[in-house]
Design a protein around this ligand. Structure first.
Ligand code: ATP
Ligand code: MG
Length: 421
């Protein structure tokens, strides 16, 4: 017997009810982007490995252990994108989109990370991202947060998410903080877990981000970046807070919210939920004023966020019940009815393009066709049998209510359906 071939572990097929949630969320995201005047940008799923090594950084989990990297037939090292910012910035520089310009971009699509698959964590997962270039001020930081807040509203999950913000200051601020942080952590070396020991000199800031409960108390006492901010960075953070307050967007300041990379500056934020267990971050964003220059462009302020669509799907599923069903199922019994009905269906689609209509293909008696009609979830069945064809009528049956069936003349049908929808 031939062995079945399964999908790659951690990579999912999407079908049936699930797809409805995806389509709903994707449509809401497109709508959101358009409401704020953001332009879509599309860039490849594959990039030179070096792009991610340089942007995400050698000492991060993503580059150190999670990337799908391989040599192609020319021997070039390529990597499936683990996130979108690097490709977006590369595309922006290469196409001259960032030089002395303001750009508001969005993208959506699959990302790839070789992580241990579990709830809320996959190897092919999907992100929506927004990236803005050329604006240094806290106003755009606030806009991105407003935008994400509006999404929760659109999707009906506002009460399940909490906003956390922090400021990472400038690299000078961080250098100062880093010294004292390392000194503090050295004093508590015995309490550091394996991951944290590995990061102590390469990426100490990331240790603050550790979810290990055994270190929580010790980390709560560590030097806080916020206490090291200079005047300008404090002003930036204060202005952002003012704008959030004015828009009545609630937030928590989380001094341990960090990004462990040098090019991150100033504002960082996350939307978290406790409805999804351990994988609680659904949206993460921050300012990365140093990245464009790092990749060879002219220094350009930038900020963006990325949100995980799989985790969003879980939240929306818990909050709303969406179903995919056509409006109408057309039943045709007999050769003449089929002849007439196939054309009638086309005419209805011409005249009522908003309506979703499924024709019964594959023949069958009344009973079999009604069974399919019912299974389709349609609200109405239009029935064409020999008798209806002879009289120029259709029978309308209500599949989801007790309303009495009725007969409508074919010439009146469009009018009738228009009123019913
Ligand atoms: P985490 O702490 O969950 O590992 P991260 O810092 O690696 O997150 P980012 O790179 O900031 O995540 O990605 C932004 C968002 O993308 C996350 O908040 C999450 O919603 C989603 N995400 C990241 N990795 C995965 C994954 N392997 N599977 C599903 N969603 C993911
Ligand atoms: Mg991760």
């Amino acid at each position: 017997m031939t062995k079945n071939i399964a999908a790659v572990r951690g990579m999912n097929d999407l079908f049936a009810e699930d797809v409805i949630y995806w389509q709903h969320i994707e449509a809401s995201l497109r709508r959101l982007a358009s409401m704020y005047g953001y332009q879509e940008i599309r860039f490849p799923l594959l990039e030179q490995t070096e792009l991610f090594q340089r942007t995400i950084g050698e000492v991060t989990d993503i580059v150190a252990k999670e990337m799908y990297t391989f040599a192609d037939r020319n021997g070039d090292s390529l990597t499936l994108r683990p996130e979108g910012t690097a490709g977006c910035v590369r595309a922006g520089i290469q196409n001259g989109l960032l030089y002395n310009q303001i750009q508001r971009f969005w993208y959506m699509g699959p990302m790839f990370r070789h992580e241990r698959p579990q709830k809320g964590r996959f190897r092919q997962f999907h992100q929506f991202g927004a990236e803005v270039f050329g604006l240094p001020g806290p106003d755009i930081d606030a806009e991105l947060i407003f935008m994400s807040a509006r999404l929760w509203e659109l999707l009906g999950i506002k009460d399940q998410v909490v906003l956390q913000i922090n400021s990472l200051g400038t690299s000078a601020v961080r250098a100062c903080h880093r010294q004292e942080l390392v000194a503090y952590l050295e004093q508590h070396k015995a309490e550091l877990d394996e991951d944290s020991l590995r990061r102590l000199y390469t990426n100490p800031l990331r240790i603050l981000d550790s979810k290990n409960p055994a270190m929580a108390e010790m980390l709560a006492g560590a030097p806080k970046l916020l206490d090291y901010l200079d005047e300008d960075t404090t002003a930036h953070f204060d202005k952002l807070r003012q704008l959030l307050d004015a828009a009545a967007i609630k937030y928590e300041i989380n001094p341990r919210l960090v990004r462990g990379l040098d090019y991150y500056t100033l504002t960082v934020f996350e939307w978290v939920t406790d409805s999804l267990g351990a994988q609680g971050t659904i949206c993460a964003g921050g300012r990365y004023d140093g990245l464009v220059e790092e990749l060879g462009g002219k220094a350009t302020p930038a900020i963006g966020f990325a949100l995980g669509i799989e985790r969003l799907v879980e939240l929306v599923k818990a909050a709303a019940s969406l179903k995919a069903a056509p409006d109408i199922y057309l039943i045709m019994v007999g050769e003449l009815a089929l002849q007439k009905g196939m054309l009638l269906a086309e005419e209805l689609r011409n005249d009522l393009p908003e309506i979703s209509l499924v024709s019964n293909c594959g023949a069958g008696n009344f009973k079999a066709q009604f069974k399919r009609a019912d299974k389709s979830g349609a609200r109405l069945a239009l029935v064409l049998g020999e008798q209806e064809v002879a009289q120029g009528l259709v029978t309308v049956k209500y599949l989801r209510s007790d309303e009495m069936q009725q007969q409508i003349s074919i010439s009146e049908l469009v009018n009738f359906l228009e009123k019913r929808s």
